[in-house]
Design a protein around this ligand. Structure first.
Ligand code: ADP
Ligand code: MG
Length: 594
């Protein structure tokens, strides 16, 4: 039998290797940014088109590459950063594997300009799918500019596998944030489809954080600092009152490299013990510096995981240093166990005054309205329709079994400040007030968004909201729809969005909450990637505006809510698919009494 084994051609080997290093546009962004930092740039520009699918360009003012180096850079295992295996234990650079450029070149079209300080002319190199197409001299400022075009153009399966622009862009922005936080001493700008999404000057860490996440963060940052023989810790944790139900912003850098360590995360959580509400996550941006030889960053190809020599001690250092900082800044425990009267009230509402029904439901949204106009004074209880309109009953099999009787006055009361109990001749309806309201608002908003242009009102005072990079990018995407539903704003300046008009349904003091909710893409984006933008927006607005548990509702508001609920197209589940009400029939009650 003939010999069958041969070495893979380089471009094939590179393509295979690329699979490990380059998973999506964000991986390219990460590698190019790291190379720019390693090249000692103090100013970097990132230019993205179509969430990196069409173009990723990184321009730096670093040391550049010589004519030979620019060619060498694209060979596999070609690096200027280590020479021998000992160097692995004394790393001061981000890169060291010499794989990134070779991998990118295998799966994209690359054009690179680079000039070193001592040369007049720059080198230009064009590569497509590992093949050098052109190398010449050209002009370029000192430093390097790499443009990566049509990523995965030669691997359709990979290209098709990429997620929506929104998702890919978010991954890119994540990488951008990580690097920008790790290097506040570098000026860095970010353009997406020609829009200047982020423009960060050299700054202190604190200013950098605010530059990225918005001014609001300023008051929530608690500095952490600790120096021991083992490690140096610095950075910020966020006040517990700023904690979120979503994971949010948690950044850990070890020797300026972003890492994920469940272990260190746990240490931070331990420091917050007793300070966080249930299911809330703390935010932090922490930098741990240890002697390079005490850690092994080589255990994961994407290098976001890390192994420490002395984890236990690091854990203790972190925990106590953060605890100390939270203590110094007099962060009080949030849960006041002495206040028994409020035990049932979720934290959000603890400090609010009890009666705040704020249930302005637009009467014009009422498919049964005409009937009511004719039916004069008798209190229009929409839920009566529940008992007289077969189509509603059809969609609510659970209600069907209730006797069909026209109730006189609905007897309602609130239970646990969470449910509205409605007594009917045939049994009880137990309605979740928040979900019911979400449903009502959702259908209102959806009607407005998908049909006509909504009425809008000028705000008395413009509402200023500071946006972070992700939010700014998201905002661009929903501008049209926001206009359609009645929002208006001034051109964004310095990351500040000034809302000047809002839909009629939204009051002045709700504007900020709504916009933030809508721009906070993190969780919902993934769950219902299929639903339309309008639908998502309607959901988010409904969620933001709906009354929550813990709010006392006056009898009238309770009745009105039930009214409006049963005027909805769908009455049994909330926009998030949660059950809105349950019924307890007479027979069931009597059964229980046996
Ligand atoms: P690594 O960063 O692991 O060394 P890369 O494939 O990312 O591997 O880069 C290969 C080499 O190309 C680097 O070691 C460096 O010498 C050179 N290089 C890459 N990007 C730049 C840049 N922006 N400026 C200067 N040199 C660069
Ligand atoms: Mg590199």
């Amino acid at each position: 039998m003939a010999d069958r084994i041969s070495l893979l051609p380089d471009h094939v080997a590179n393509q295979i290797a690329a699979g490990e290093v380059i998973q999506r546009p964000a991986s390219v962004v990460k590698e190019l940014l790291e190379n720019a930092v390693d090249a000692k740039a103090d100013s970097i520009q990132v230019i993205i088109k179509d969430a990196g699918k069409t173009l990723i360009q990184v321009i730096d003012n670093g040391i550049g590459m010589s004519t030979t180096d620019i060619r060498m850079a694209f060979e596999r295992h070609a690096t200027s950063k280590i020479k021998a295996s000992e160097d692995l234990f004394n790393l001061n650079t981000k890169g060291f594997r010499g794989e990134a450029l070779a991998s990118i070149a295998a799966v994209a079209k690359i054009e690179i300009h680079s000039r070193t300080e001592d040369k007049e002319l720059a080198n230009l190199l064009k590569i497509e799918g590992s093949e050098v197409k052109e190398q010449t001299l050209t002009t370029n400022p000192k430093g390097t500019s790499i443009a990566v075009k049509n990523l995965f153009y030669n691997i359709p399966a990979r290209r098709n596998f990429l997620k929506s622009n929104r998702v890919e862009l978010r991954h890119i922005i994540d990488e951008f944030h990580r690097l920008a936080l790790a290097h506040p001493e570098i000026a860095i700008t970010f353009f997406q489809n020609g829009d200047d999404i982020s423009n960060l000057q050299k700054a202190s860490l604190r200013k950098r954080i605010i530059g990225i996440f918005g001014r609001k963060w300023d008051t929530f940052l608690v500095p952490v600092e600790e120096q021991t023989s083992l490690a140096r810790l610095e950075g910020f944790v966020l006040k517990p009152s700023f904690s979120k139900k979503t994971r949010g912003q948690q950044f850990f850098f070890v020797n300026r490299r972003f890492i994920k360590s469940p272990f260190l995360h746990h240490a931070v959580l331990a420091a917050y013990e007793g300070l966080l509400q249930k299911e809330h996550h703390p935010g932090y941006i922490l930098f741990l510096d240890v002697a390079p030889e005490t850690l092994d960053i080589n255990i994961h190809p994407n290098k976001t995981e890390i192994k420490f020599e002395d984890e236990q001690s690091l854990y203790a250092i972190l925990r106590s240093a953060i605890k100390h900082s939270l203590g110094i800044f007099q962060v009080q425990p949030l849960i006041d166990f002495d206040n028994t009267t409020n035990l049932d009230v979720p934290y959000d509402y603890k400090d609010r005054t009890a009666v705040q029904p704020n249930l302005e439901i637009d009467a014009s949204f009422n498919p049964f309205q005409e009937k009511y106009i004719q039916r004069d004074v008798k209190k229009s209880a929409q839920w009566e329709a529940l008992f007289s309109h077969p189509e509603i009953l059809e969609s609510n099999p659970s209600v069907e079994r209730l006797e069909l009787e026209m109730p006189t006055t609905p007897k309602v009361f609130q239970l646990f400040l969470k449910y509205i109990v409605c007594a009917l001749p045939s049994g009880l309806l137990l309605i979740d007030q928040s979900r019911a309201h979400q449903r009502v608002l959702y259908e209102q908003f959806l009607g407005v968004i998908t049909k006509d242009r909504a009425a809008s009102q000028q705000l008395l005072f413009p509402v200023a909201i500071s946006l972070d990079t992700t939010q700014k990018a998201n905002f661009k995407e929903i501008e049209d729809i926001l206009t359609h539903i009645g929002f208006q704003w001034n051109p964004i300046q310095n990351s500040l969005l000034e809302i000047t008009a809002a839909p009629d349904l939204v009051s002045q003091d709700q504007v900020e909450k709504i916009i933030e909710e809508v721009l906070f893409s993190e969780q919902e984006g993934k769950k219902d990637a299929n639903s339309s933008m309008a639908d998502k927006l309607a959901k988010k607005m409904a969620k933001a505006l709906a009354i929550k548990a813990g709010i006392t509702l006056e009898i009238q508001s309770q009745q009105q809510l039930i009214d409006n609920l049963f005027g909805c197209k769908e009455t049994s589940v909330s926009p998030f698919n949660k059950r809105i009400f349950i019924t307890l029939e007479k027979a069931e009650i009597e059964q229980k009494m046996l």
